[in-house]
Design a protein around this ligand. Structure first.
Ligand SMILES: [Fe+2]
Ligand SMILES: [Fe+2]
Length: 242
């Protein structure tokens, strides 16, 4: 793990082949601790998944530039429209002149075509794009865990599932990647701060994600996780319906 900003503790760690987790720990005024992760896929056409909040842009930019020149970024991807997902989208479009937003069709239609300084590449459900040696597939997941426009990317060569807000863990000093249980801590967090929509489609969507059989879960908040992702996603479905 490389610390790229000693004041904030922002750090970079390669969690699977060519996929880097950028992590910034935060302490809120009430003393609660949390973390924000972005994932950088280094390839011919590099992809950043989640921008981080707009106010965190200098830290994330500094961290990305420790791995590759920021102007090489091609895609600025995210799961759904929220500040931590895409708050600095326009800042990224400015520093990476060839880059474009990458999102689902609903996010593109409802929000990104309007607020982004360049038009997005809108992905339909199941669509795959090649980044060079890596290959990402978009999966629509409306309202799961939240937001009409929600969806995910899964990187099929390394079987790394960019799982966004799924398995969100509180805390600011967690390891970059773990094989320990993250379902228990993330469910404890959900019981404190409920961020799920609980639609009738939740289990079906989680089962579809499980069918991709990921071996790395690239969580947006907390540790990334290595293991049998299908079993963990099915366990989450069970926990949500219990
Ligand atoms: Fe979210
Ligand atoms: Fe988030």
């Amino acid at each position: 793990m490389t610390v790229t900003n000693s004041q904030s503790g922002t750090n970079v760690h390669e969690v699977s082949d060519g996929i880097y987790r950028i992590n910034t720990p935060v302490v809120f005024e009430n003393g609660n601790t949390f973390s924000f992760n972005q994932y950088l896929i280094v390839d011919d056409e590099p992809l950043l998944f989640h921008t981080g909040p707009r106010k965190m842009f200098p830290l994330v930019c500094e961290a990305v530039s420790s791995v590759l020149p920021v102007e090489r970024i091609k895609y600025i991807g995210f799961s759904h429209v929220e500040a931590d997902e895409c708050g600095s989208l326009n800042e990224w479009l400015a520093v990476a002149p060839q880059s474009i937003p990458l999102c689902g069709t609903i996010a593109a239609m409802v929000t990104i075509e309007d607020i982004a300084d360049r038009s997005p590449r809108a992905l339909t459900d199941g669509e795959v794009i090649s980044l060079g040696t890596h290959r990402v597939r978009w999966i629509d997941a409306p309202h799961m865990p939240h937001a009409w426009d929600c969806g995910f990317l899964t990187e099929e060569v390394t079987r790394t599932f960019l799982c966004g807000d799924l398995f969100t863990q509180g805390g600011a000093d967690l390891p970059a990647i773990t094989t320990s249980d993250i379902l228990g801590p993330s469910e404890a967090f959900r019981h404190r701060l409920d961020y799920f929509s609980y639609t009738k489609n939740t289990r079906t969507l989680l089962e579809r994600l499980a069918s991709t059989e990921p071996t790395t879960l690239a969580c947006m908040h907390g540790s990334a996780w290595s293991g049998d992702g299908a079993t963990l996603l099915r366990a989450l479905a069970d926990s949500l319906s219990s």
